[in-house]
Design a protein around this ligand. Structure first.
Ligand code: HEM
Length: 93
């Protein structure tokens, strides 16, 4: 749902990003992590503002690419040292 709101000049606006990320308006079963949501097909038709961990627009995070690269580098160093197995308790949907 889109609404047009006029804000007075100088007014401070806070966005509850978690609320957007957990909104059933954008996500089926928002409490479940589904990696397929982030595939090109999964993103199709979803409002691009529905997932904004690094903010959005001209003031968005300038470290986003660096942070994502760091996360991948961390994952690689963990995977080089350890093997992961699914626990018998893991529920696969
Ligand atoms: C997982 C890691 C990170 C997350 C989730 C994150 C998230 C965010 C968010 C939500 C904002 C505010 C965007 C907005 O106001 O719309 C922001 C701003 C910013 N971030 Fe990050 N950030 C991360 C890592 C980094 C790193 C590694 C750097 C620097 C190396 C960085 C530098 C900045 C700066 C300078 C701003 C302010 C940009 C501005 O006001 O123009 N961030 N970040």
């Amino acid at each position: 749902m889109c609404r047009s709101i006029t804000f007075p000049e100088g007014c401070r606006i806070n966005t509850l990003i978690l609320k957007i990320h957990m909104s059933p308006e954008y996500w089926d079963q928002p409490e479940v992590f589904n990696p397929k949501w982030f595939s090109p097909e999964g993103k199709e038709g979803r409002n691009p503002q529905a997932y904004i961990p690094f903010g959005s627009g001209p003031k968005s995070c300038i470290g986003m690419r660096f942070a994502l690269m760091e996360a991948k580098a961390c994952l690689v160093s963990i995977l080089r040292k350890y093997r992961f197995e699914r626990s018998p308790d893991t529920q696969v949907s």
